[in-house]
Structure formats: C-alpha cells, structure tokens
Design a protein around this ligand. Sequence first.
Ligand SMILES: C[S@@+](CC[C@H](N)C(=O)[O-])C[C@H]1O[C@@H](n2cnc3c(N)ncnc32)[C@H](O)[C@@H]1O
Length: 248
Amino acid sequence: MSSVVKLSNELLTTEDTENAIHMDDQLRTEFNEWARAGKGDSMERGHRPVGEQAIARMNVRSDARVLDVGCGSGWATRLLAGSAINGRVTGIDISDEMVRVAREASQSYPNVDFQVASAEQLPFDTDEFTHAFSMESLYYYRNIPKGLSEIHRVLENGGLFVAVVDMYWESETTHQWAENLNVPVQLISVREYRELFTAAGFMNVNDERILDPRPVPDDYTSGSFKSREDFVKYREAGSLMISGEAKK
Ligand SMILES: C[S@@+](CC[C@H](N)C(=O)[O-])C[C@H]1O[C@@H](n2cnc3c(N)ncnc32)[C@H](O)[C@@H]1O
C-alpha cells in the first residue's frame, strides 16, 4: 500500500496537521479550477454510464437519506434524489466551486442539498444516513481510512456504502494518472480497498467491475490516455465498485 495512507488512530503532530491543511487547500484549489473550466459536466459525461449502474445496485428506497461524498457537479446527487423522492440526498465536496455549480444545477430538486466539507471530517450526526455513494473520489482523500471511518460513522447500522473508482492497481493503464494529476492520489489494489473497508467497520464487503457500455470511437486520439489502445485496456479493466454495510 502507498506509504501516504495514514491510519486514523495515528497520533498527529503539528507538522501532520499543517500538511493536512496544505493538502486540503491543494485539492480545493485544483477542483475549483476544474469547476471553473466546466469539468463538472465532462465528468458527468465520463462517469455517468458506470455511475448509473452502481446506483441502480443500491436499491435506494423512497424515504432514504443518502450522502454523495465528493459530489462534484452533483449529477449523481440528483440521480439519487429521483429514487429518494420522500427522503433527502446531501452532496458534499471539498471544492466550494463544485458545490456552487451543484447548487445552481439542483434548484428544482426540493430533496437535495449541498455542503462544502471534507470527507475526513463530515459535518453530520452519527447514524444520519441510510446510504452513501462516492464516484471517483476516494483516492484523492489524504487519509482514506479516516474518510471511510467518517462515512461509516454517519451511516446507520446496516447502511450501505457504494464507491466507484477508475484508478486502481489492477487497471494498469490508469497508473499514469498518479503522476499526471496535479494533486497527490493513492494508487491501491482491490485487496487493499477491501481491507480498508473492513478495517473501517464495514461488513459484507463486495467488489465488482462495472463496464462502460459505450463503444470506443475509432478516432480516439486524446483525453486521459496516450493511445486508443490504452483507452481500450482501461475500458476492458472496468471501473471498480466496492461496497459494504456499516456494522455498528
Ligand atoms: C474526479 S471528481 C468526481 C466528482 C463526481 N463524483 C463525479 O463523478 O462527477 C472528485 C471530486 O472529489 C472531491 N474531493 C476530493 N477529495 C475530497 C475530500 N477529501 N473531501 C471531499 N471531497 C473531495 C473533489 O473536489 C472532486 O469534486
């Protein structure tokens, strides 16, 4: 596992705290730029075909209380709100610009709200949610165990957490993102994700690969991969969906 993954019960020094503030600022600055550049919409186009399949597996009932962690422009938050019609869906994101975009796009949704917050310090009560979802967000957390333990804390007993990541060890052509992104990320394996979920208190931990059904264009030239061949390999590896139920 990457050495930057810190266990949540480690004692924090002043230097650790300063580093944490610096890393959160770095994430906020980077994703604020993404939001201003309209990347919220392009992420929706990129993530939605897989995200919809993951959300369909959640069986969100009409009175559910759902948390979308690292919600970006809030497309998944709104999608979840279509199921939790008598409940509530809350999106949180460390980027205030992403939250502004999400709020603006969600004005016609009475059961949706957004907050600027870090996954590692969720501003919610214990047992507040029945479900939590996270799309392409987990590997940005400076302290994944702390983020998972916060998500576990705010879920009620038996509450379901479903996370999807595209960058993971077994998807080899995504490894270059770890160097090319402007913020630190954690490249970890399926087994390590499973162990992190279990250590945070989740039971019935399950991993699955979800495929994007869209054809790869013949003329694919640019984007997040250096060649069409690498993009095809990424599509074949699929997105990793990892889920667990909060055990209390
Ligand atoms: C790749 S984007 C995905 C956004 C959205 N889930 C989607 O699928 O379009 C990752 C998002 O996670 C947010 N994020 C990263 N680290 C975070 C943290 N520690 N706490 C909360 N949000 C975080 C970023 O600001 C960004 O909006």
